[in-house]
Design a protein around this ligand. Sequence first.
Ligand code: PLP
Length: 391
Amino acid sequence: MQFIDLAVQQRRIKDEIDANIAAILEHGKYIMGPEIGILEHRLADYVGVKHAIGCASGTDALLMALLAKQIGPGDAVFTSPFTFIATAEVLSLLGAVPVFVDIDPQTFNIDPANLQSAIQAIENNDASIHPVPAYKTHPGSLPTVLKPRGILAVDLFGLPADYGRIDTIAAEHGLFVIEDAAQSFGAALNGKMACSFGNIGCTSFFPAKPLGCYGDGGMCFTDDERLAEIMGSLRVHGKGHHKYDNVRIGVNGRLDTIQAGILLAKFNIFPEEIKLRQQVAQRYTAMLKPIPNIQIPAIPAGYRSAWAQYSILAADENQRTELQNQLKEAEIPTAIYYPKPLHLQSAFADLSYRKGDFPISEEISDRIFSLPMHPYLAEEDQQKIAAVIDK
Ligand SMILES: Cc1ncc(COP(=O)(O)O)c(C=O)c1O
């Protein structure tokens, strides 16, 4: 059994993938070929926004979004400590400071109540309200206090964050919102699609993502024409009217034409695959719900997950190890997303966060693990998985 089985999908659409790649080899426009614009239009339509900007990875999508919002030294951006490193890494790369905010124990997404306190703590420079990161300045060169600028919310495992409340808080404090939708392309909240929340939505086409290519890729989505124009420039070294007219510092962040061709073939069956993912998740939920000592994912009313992962909670770390070992013996792969929250990672040691700062993220990191999940997971395989967990 595969954790994510990409081979079944490939068999379904191999002819179209081959034809799209052959067409690209024929026209030879490997960089920014016509498939890029076609894909951007189709995905912008699907998401329900005006502009889509293809780029080289989900990480570059976040980087371009933050560059477009002119994030830099002295800026505080509020985000989750329970996510993949890329979310906060791009902030540090730009010299900005990730201000971590603990998650909701049911959804694993940023908790809006904690977000309020974190913003107040930064606004008032008061660590008694909420844990705040250390911010070391070089005398004379940088602002000495952090300036709250934005919220970088993550749609973990495919479930959108609580944008209703996040947007209200952002408006109250004059902050921008960027949606890290790397895992949630195809998800929705009250009928509005993931990638359409906040000022800019950023997704990833890493192969294991709900819509994945055969390499790295990503995309930014926005309704804001000016931001779209800036991100279009940023992805080609800050180009102006042409590529040797450079009007800002940018990156080499283009999506490859071949990846766009592959994504066009995959996108044809993507809406159907999102439905299949719902069925697979519903079956898991029905099978696992009666089992004591584990907690299955909670999808609040009005939300649709893209089910990038189906993650469950064991009672504690020991039970998780036991369950993972039993599953391994039965040749069922599992994975832990994420074993260590970001505030405890050495890469962020400079922020001087301590164990205990974000107790929910820490506890969930000890208890969580993910089961095989993809649109073509067979019911019999799920029964086998449930039987091993129920032992
Ligand atoms: C939440 C999150 N953000 C950002 C990224 C970065 O995406 P990529 O690997 O395409 O750079 C990923 C995926 O790996 C992710 O899961």
